[in-house]
Design a protein around this ligand. Structure first.
Ligand code: PEP
Ligand code: MG
Length: 315
């Protein structure tokens, strides 16, 4: 029965009472884009552009990049594609953007911090994105990784505007940006919570360290509190907040995130049907009740158990 129900749920994401929650794909290149483009989803919530250049030894020109981005955008005319500018650094090394080894790469000159010292790389990428967006008719929006302050968001938004792209956003994956989302989002059009890094930085636990997986559990109530604060600030500022970390693809957690105020969920495209189904079986006020249950719990395990017990058992 559940399989039949899953198969029959289609179309835009919405709760049982019609509250919209956009369902989007996380992609890493052309093959993912073609695959996601053929599926029933509203667009792309995270294109990790650094994945395209993992084996590049020299910086790609704007023309070379535009050629790839055109292929990525082509399956999405009229649909949104959120492109993240290069998230490189010592933790995600790219040969042509190497600033040398760092003692604490996750806390170093990565993401937008690298763009600040290599604005030539950022500008070439934005130029390429503007060309490809124009050619394909996709609703392209760019966002910056690893933003911590409103000043950084303003710097990025200005460069995006100067390159003729209409919309800018920031990843909310540093607790500082989450706690001050009201100020950070004043500078841009949207925020997108990166729950992978937000968990790492909130719990002070290296996301690559297998022995710390309990601390990195996205159900950690402290992480949910930080997400709640970020959503609160976004609502205050009247700007949309999404999720593009792995947490968005867990159907129960997707309900909690919706209850906390998130308006879009981006995930591996294979997870979209389950999340769509979970949303369709709960009202917005159910989601809010489940979010409150999760935040009332004392541990990640208790939060998950409480939500599982409180949710529709078919999910
Ligand atoms: C995140 O940090 O949650 C995120 C979506 O980005 P990445 O996993 O690429 O760091
Ligand atoms: Mg991240």
């Amino acid at each position: 029965r559940r399989t039949a129900a899953l198969a029959s749920s289609s179309g835009p994401g919405r709760t049982q009472d019609g509250h919209p929650v956009a369902l989007l794909a996380n992609i890493g290149g052309v093959a993912d884009a073609v695959d996601a483009g053929a599926q029933d989803l509203e667009g792309v919530g995270l294109f990790r552009t650094e994945f395209v250049y993992l084996s590049a030894t020299t910086a790609p020109t704007a023309q070379e990049q535009a050629e790839i981005y055109r292929q990525v955008f082509a399956p999405f005319p009229g649909r949104r594609v959120i492109v993240r500018t290069l998230d490189a650094g010592a933790d995600k090394p790219l040969a042509f953007a190497d600033l040398g080894p760092e003692e604490n790469p996750a806390l170093g000159q990565r993401g937008l911090r690298l763009s600040a010292v290599r604005p030539d790389l950022l500008d070439a990428q934005l130029e390429a994105l503007a060309i490809a967006a124009k050619d394909t008719g996709a609703d392209v929006r760019v966002m910056a990784p690893m933003v911590a302050t409103a000043e950084e968001a303003a710097w990025f938004a200005r460069r995006v505007r100067e390159n003729g792209l209409p919309k800018s956003g920031v990843m909310i994956e540093v607790p500082a940006a989450a706690l001050r989302s009201r100020d950070v989002l004043a500078e841009v059009d949207f925020g997108s919570l990166g729950t992978n890094d937000l968990g790492q930085y909130t719990m002070a636990a290296d996301r690559m360290h297998g022995a710390l997986s309990d601390l990195l559990d996205p159900w950690q109530p402290a992480v949910l509190d930080v997400v709640a604060a970020a959503c609160h600030g976004a609502a205050d500022r009247g700007k949309p907040m999404g999720v593009c970390g792995e947490a968005g693809g867990d159907p129960l957690l997707a309900l909690v995130l919706t209850g906390l105020g998130v308006q879009s969920l981006s995930m591996a495209s294979a997870k979209v049907p389950m999340v769509r189904y979970a949303l369709s079986r709960h009202t917005l006020s159910d989601c809010q009740r489940l979010a409150a249950l999760a935040r009332d719990a004392r541990s990640a395990g208790d939060a998950q158990a409480a939500v599982r017990a409180g949710a529709n058992p078919e999910v």
